[in-house]
Design a protein. Sequence first.
Length: 254
Amino acid sequence: MSSAPPPFSPGWALFLDVDGTLLEHADHPQDVRVDAQLLALLRDLLQEGGGAVALISGRAVADLDRLFAPLVFPAAGQHGTERRAADGSMHRHRPPSNRLEAAAQSLARLGAAHSGLVVENKGMSLALHYRLAPALEKLVQREMSNAAAALGDGFELQAGKFVFEIKPGGKDKGSAIAEFMAEPPFAGRTPAFLGDDLTDEYGFALVNASGGHTVKVGAGKSAARWRLEGAAEVRDWLAAALRAEGLRQGGKAR
């Protein structure tokens, strides 16, 4: 894996993970905030990239809209189980809601019994965060594995950074990127995906197979071809690319 990714091109289709990539992780998912500087950077990326910029996240699409308002992106939420195309159409993979709700109630009782565990019901997926209680990793993994098994073949367990998630099977960040790449304005472009977590490896595999660019954010083994140290470096890289593009077009560097 090389360290410095190549310069961004407006001819790319850009796919961005959120937590740990554009934003630093917080103790609680709802504690994250998007600053005005990042909003301005992303607005310019959308303009320079012809709209071919999508968020690929474990968060729900509605939560992404809350974070990045007033910007509205093409977005894949809950690891690809819901996706809003560039034309605004929504595509959802719906699990049996009554079964998932029963699992959510059980996990809520577990979270209430152990300080530091955070249960997140995203609608089509469930997450149990243990960032505040890393010693409980084995407990969280066991309970989430049991819950996923009880839900049956339609669901699968996904590990992440200080989190385990139960989500519908058959969808992931790679499948979401593939769906975007079959539609305008992404089709015919070179895909580039930036992510930091185990869940992003599905996207890296798809983009690598497509001859695109993959960037791992932070430490750890990865199939990505390039690496940036953290969210600050991601912003710097994107901002530098926009300044260079402005100069190439004879405009002012941003």
